[in-house]
Structures are given as structure tokens and as C-alpha cells.
Design a protein around this ligand. Structure first.
Ligand SMILES: Nc1ncnc2c1ncn2[C@@H]1O[C@H](COP(=O)(O)OP(=O)(O)OP(=O)(O)O)[C@@H](O)[C@H]1O
Ligand SMILES: [Mg+2]
Length: 496
């Protein structure tokens, strides 16, 4: 029986996962890689280390599962930029990671100069250093990366694709491209105006292909068996939306990982922007009835930067838990936080506030506050932040959120899932396969290679693990949420 292998290049580690045609995990390998924090607010990765880790886990996985591989799909941390030399194949600088805020002042300047409407209209984004454009500009102006015929720029997907194909293919697809702030999401091309604004040479950017379709095949030079088709790519959050089978307009998922990302499918007509939210490409897929044979679907997105990373901070920064899996039981050991609130604005706040200058804030601490209260406050913050985003979606999208599909590492906490249902007032459903990011990439690749014949085929694979039903009495949840908003106000505009 053939498998589809998904390569999931996340923020803290890489995974290679083999899925069978029912969408179940056959086997997987995982490896963490180094996080570099050269200055406060800066976050970098070594792109060579990401590649070495990824090809390593993939080779190990292939050796372990004796099955033929029908296709490879790639999914990646989005917005992170890699610059490399086409001749040597070597990175020209460390990759600048999505969490990195070094472009904050530049984005302020561009807003002051009146460029926000252009950015909003063409890219669907807001002018924030989170996106790739100001990071690429920094590489070219401050980072010692020179433009020229040998320069290749791309997000992590295109770097991995280029390495897998032995330097043959420099391509990406619209879900990743739409996070660069250089891509026109309705004209379906790199925007000359935005590239000009950030001084990005378009010839260094990858070709934009459909998210599902053959990008190329593995090369002998990659160190993997040659000739395996690479046939699906999507950014991690859009891949999770696909892996959660959120195929119809209104369907919404939240992934509780390093950050949390709420995405709602809004169909194939690009909607008007909604305050506080991003409009982004969900994916582009072959569709004989669409113009040009390719249909692009869009999503509203709320990007919350720090959620699971706050659990890691409890573990690594404060040492008050020894593993992430202790967080849920410890938080559940107290009935409330006793009015303690924690705003995990480690790298500023994303949706719906967009404040790169906010910083982490703990309020309401008394002598009776324990590590259990603090841990519970960290868990509750995940539910509050998600509510802030979902409230904005429900109010303005024309599709009120009627249920949420949950996934990601922190969705393992039943307490979080229940708090989330209570905050939103809608049911939260968690599927059996929580590796939805990788699964989405596998589905996009397998669709192109005939492993699955349609999205209906894929939707039939979605199996419920647990459903969390909201408390019909919203008094307590609403009161806590109001206090949370006061804490958010205190975390804002902490000028550094
Ligand atoms: N059992 C658990 N209980 C609570 N939190 C957990 C648990 N397991 C993992 N986490 C948290 O979930 C996060 C990891 O989730 P996941 O693996 O989905 O992250 P990710 O965002 O995909 O990783 P990457 O950033 O590398 O892509 C970590 O921040 C961790 O603190
Ligand atoms: Mg991930």
C-alpha cells in the first residue's frame, strides 16, 4: 500500500509523517532545531540546519516504512525568509523568522507615509513586521545580501523544494506567497508595486504554482530516493485548514501550537478586508470549472503569536513545570486563577490588536498566587485570545462562527478545549488525527497524484475524537473575558 509523506517544517522542529489512504499516521520522525535570538525581538534559524534535519528525518522515515511513496507534500512555518546563492546552494544569511520584529520601525514609517491602503488592498495583510517583506528588505539593506542573478529568495517551502529537487525548481504557491506582503492575492502574481516599495527584485522570487499539482521530483542530489513527485505545498495554517476538511465557506479551525491561528474558509471570492483580521489565500487547486482550470479559495485569519510558547516559557524560562503535558493537569488543579491574568505578548500582539510594541503582562498577583494559578492563567489566555479573534470574525465576516475544529499540540488539554467552548459559546471539536498541518500537505499532494480523487473523499476521513459543549450560562465566561481585556490594555504600547 502506497503512502503519502508530508514534510512539516515547523518553527521549533521538523517532522516527516507517512499517511495511509485513510489519512491515518503510519509512522513519523521528528527533530528539533536551534532557535537563535541575537537581540531582543529578533529570531533567526539556520536554513541549512532546517534542511539537514528535514532530509534526515525523511530518510529515516522512508527506511522504516517499506511502502512505496506516492507523493511528497510540504508544509512550513510561514513568512520566514531564506536568501540563498543559486550556484553554491548555501544560505546567504540566517533565515529571519516570522516572530522577528526587526522591521517594526520600518512598518511604522510606511504606515505614516500612507502605504497601508495599498498593502491592505493587494496583499490582504496589515503593515506589520510579522510578514516577509520588511525582513527581505532588511536582508538586502542591512544584512549584507546582494541582489544579482544568483540570488534566490523564498519562504521555507521554496528553500526545501529547491533542495529536494537538487536546485532544479524554485517555486512556491499562493498560501505561502500571500504571507510575504509582496503577492497580489486577487491578480495572482507578485505585485510590482509592493516589490518596489520594499526594494525586492522580483527575479529572485520563486515562481508561484498551484498548491496541489506536481512541482517537481526528488533529485539524487537531495540524498533521498530519486523520482518521487513533490505535489502539494501549503503554509502550515492553511494546510491545517485543509487537513481539518474545512472545505465549505464558514468552516473554521484553530491550531494551538507555538502560536494559535484561527482560519475561516470564506470561499473563492476574495472578501473585503475585516478590521483586525487578515485576508489570505487558503489554497489554489485544480478545478476544471474555474477560469484557467485553477480555483483559489480564501480565508479570514486571526494570527495569535504566543500561546503554546507560553507553556514552553513556563517550562524553560521559569522552570515551574518540567514538561508541556503537565500544564493541563496543573491548571485544572485550581478552580480559577483567583483573578490573575497573563497576556503572553512576548513578541507583540497580533490579531486583532496588531501592536508590535506590546509585551508580556501579568496582573492580579497576590501572596496567595501559586504556580497552578499562573499556569491556569496561561491556559486561559489561549482561550481569551482566540475569542477576541473569533468575535471579530463573527461580527464582520457574514459567516458567524458556529463551531470550531481544534488541533495542534496544546489542543491535547481538555481544560483548554472546555474553556474555549465556554468562551465562544459554540462547540469545539477535536479530531482523532491532530497532525492536521502535515495531513493537509499530504492531502494536497495525494490529490494531485490520484491517491484521493476529491475533497469529498478527504472529508470522509475526518473522525471525531472529542466534542466540548459550551456552558449555556455565559455570565462567568463573559465576566472573565472583560477582565482579560483590561489586562490586554495594560500590555499595550510598552515602548522599548
Ligand atoms: N500535552 C500538552 N499540553 C499542553 N501543551 C502542549 C502539550 N503538548 C504540546 N504542547 C504545546 O504545544 C506546542 C507544540 O504544538 P505543535 O507541535 O502543534 O506546535 P507547532 O506550532 O506545530 O510547532 P512548530 O512551531 O514547530 O510548528 C508547544 O508550544 C507546547 O508547549
Ligand atoms: Mg506546526
Amino acid at each position: 500500500m502506497a503512502v503519502v509523506i508530508a514534510l512539516d517544517a515547523g518553527t521549533t522542529g521538523v517532522r516527516a509523517i507517512a499517511f495511509d489512504p485513510t489519512g491515518r499516521v503510519v509512522d513519523f520522525r521528528y527533530r528539533e532545531f536551534t532557535q537563535h535570538f541575537p537581540r531582543p525581538g529578533w529570531v533567526e534559524h539556520d536554513a541549512d540546519e532546517i534542511w539537514t534535519a528535514m532530509v534526515g528525518v525523511t530518510a529515516e522515515l522512508m527506511a522504516a516504512i517499506a511502502s512505496p511513496v506516492a507523493a511528497i507534500g510540504i508544509t512550513d512555518q510561514r513568512e520566514t525568509v531564506v536568501a540563498w546563492d543559486r550556484r553554491s546552494g548555501r544560505p546567504l544569511h540566517r533565515a529571519i523568522v516570522w516572530q522577528d520584529r526587526r522591521g517594526a520601525a520600518r512598518c511604522d514609517q510606511l504606515t505614516a507615509d500612507g502605504h497601508l491602503p495599498l498593502v491592505r488592498r493587494q496583499s490582504g495583510l496589515v503593515l506589520d513586521p510579522y510578514f516577509s517583506a520588511s525582513k527581505i528588505e532588511w536582508l538586502l539593506t542591512e544584512g549584507g545580501v546582494a541582489a544579482g542573478p544568483n540570488l534566490a529568495l523564498g519562504t521555507v517551502d521554496s528553500w526545501l523544494l529547491w533542495k529536494l529537487t537538487g536546485g532544479e525548481v524554485h517555486a512556491t504557491e499562493p498560501s505561502n506567497a500571500s504571507r510575504t506582503m509582496l503577492y497580489d492575492i486577487t491578480a495572482h502574481r507578485w505585485s510590482p508595486e509592493l516589490c518596489d516599495l520594499f526594494g525586492v527584485p522580483t527575479e529572485a522570487l520563486p515562481t508561484v504554482m498551484a498548491s496541489s499539482g506536481r512541482f517537481g521530483v526528488t533529485s539524487e542530489r537531495s540524498g533521498l530516493p530519486p523520482g518521487i513527485p513533490i505535489s502539494g505545498i501549503a503554509g502550515d495554517q492553511q494546510a491545517a485548514l485543509f487537513g481539518q476538511a474545512c472545505f465549505s465557506p464558514g468552516a473554521t479551525k484553530n491550531t494551538y501550537g507555538t502560536g494559535s491561528f484561527v482560519l475561516m474558509n470564506v470561499g473563492s471570492d476574495c472578501p473585503e478586508p475585516v478590521d483586525g483580521l487578515l485576508t489570505t489565500v487558503a489554497w489554489s487547486v485544480p478545478d476544471p470549472s474555474a477560469p484557467g482550470g485553477v480555483r483559489t479559495d480564501y480565508a479570514f485569519e486571526g494570527a495569535i503569536f504566543s500561546t503554546g510558547s507560553a507553556i514552553q516559557w513556563l517550562r524553560d524560562g521559569l522552570g515551574i513545570i518540567s514538561s508541556a503535558s503537565e500544564a493541563g493537569p496543573l491548571a485544572a488543579s485550581v478552580p480559577s486563577t483567583d483573578d490573575v491574568y497573563f497576556v503572553p505578548a512576548f513578541t507583540g500582539l497580533g490579531s486583532p490588536w496588531w501592536d508590535p510594541y506590546a509585551r508580556g503582562t501579568l496582573v492580579g498577583v497576590t501572596r496567595g498566587t501559586t504556580r497552578a494559578h499562573l499556569t491556569r492563567a496561561v491556559v486561559e489566555a489561549m482561550a481569551f485570545q482566540t475569542r477576541d479573534v473569533v468575535d471579530a470574525m463573527s461580527a464582520h465576516s457574514g459567516h458567524p462562527v458556529t463551531g470550531l475544529r481544534a488541533d495542534g499540540g496544546a489542543s491535547a488539554m481538555d481544560l483548554l478545549m472546555q474553556l474555549q467552548a465556554d468562551q465562544l459559546g459554540v462547540p469545539v471539536r477535536r479530531p482523532v488525527v491532530q497532525e492536521t498541518t502535515a495531513l493537509g500537505a499530504a492531502y494536497l499532494a495525494g490529490l494531485a497524484e490520484g491517491v484521493w480523487s476529491s475533497t469529498d473523499d478527504i472529508a470522509a476521513n475526518w473522525v471525531l475524537d472529542a466534542e466540548f459543549v459550551p456552558d449555556p450560562d455565559r455570565t462567568e465566561a463573559d465576566a472573565a473575558h472583560r477582565r482579560w481585556l483590561e489586562a490586554v490594555a495594560r500590555s499595550r504600547a510598552w515602548t522599548t
